[in-house]
Design a protein around this ligand. Structure first.
Ligand code: FE2
Length: 184
């Protein structure tokens, strides 16, 4: 199995949460009731799963292997992906802070919740498209097949040593809950 397949499967989970987040932001924009906790739960998912389980595998394992096989770490596609991960973190932080202001009674903060939610969704959709269509095929080309087994082992280490056993499953359940909530 190619290591990139695991990352692509995780992209599908992240996309489900992005779709739910976009729906929630649209409803709020239309003046409908959305619980503020939805945006905090989405921010927790993004921090724990997208940035925790997933981006750690990319930044800490896959991108490193690509760089070891001659892909430049700055200025090239890997550098762009790292910058976009950083932009994603700042949208998530912005969404969390605005939601907290909203919870403290500042109703005008809802517009910043909406802007950060849409900003994150738009960024991540195009980011995932680039990884799936450009970066991962490049990884499959430059990393010898014989090294993929080791990458899978290193991914497991990220799951169990850095992220924690069972955490991945916990976030899959949160993704489903967020998705179901927006399906009504
Ligand atoms: Fe990714």
């Amino acid at each position: 199995m190619l290591a990139t397949q695991i990352l692509m499967d995780e992209h599908r989970v992240i996309e489900r949460v992005i779709a739910a987040l976009e729906t929630a932001a649209q409803l709020l924009e239309q003046g409908q009731t959305v619980r503020p906790g939805f945006f905090l739960d989405a921010a927790d998912f993004i921090k724990g799963f997208a940035d925790g389980c997933h981006h750690r595998k990319e930044e800490g394992v896959l991108f490193k292997a690509m760089v070891a096989h001659g892909v430049p770490d700055r200025g090239g596609p890997v550098g762009v992906m790292m910058d976009e991960h950083e932009q994603g973190r700042s949208y998530t932080q912005g969404m969390r802070q605005a939601t907290q202001s909203w919870l403290s009674g500042d109703l005008s903060a809802r517009s910043a919740v909406i802007a950060n939610a849409h900003g994150y969704a738009t960024l991540l959709r195009q980011h995932i498209r680039k990884e799936d269509n450009i970066l991962f095929p490049m990884a499959d080309r430059v990393i010898p097949t014989s090294e993929h087994a080791q990458i899978l082992v290193d991914f497991e280490k990220v799951e169990h040593e850095e992220t924690g056993a069972g955490v991945h499953e916990k976030y899959l359940a949160i993704a489903k809950k967020l998705e179901d909530e927006m399906k009504g």
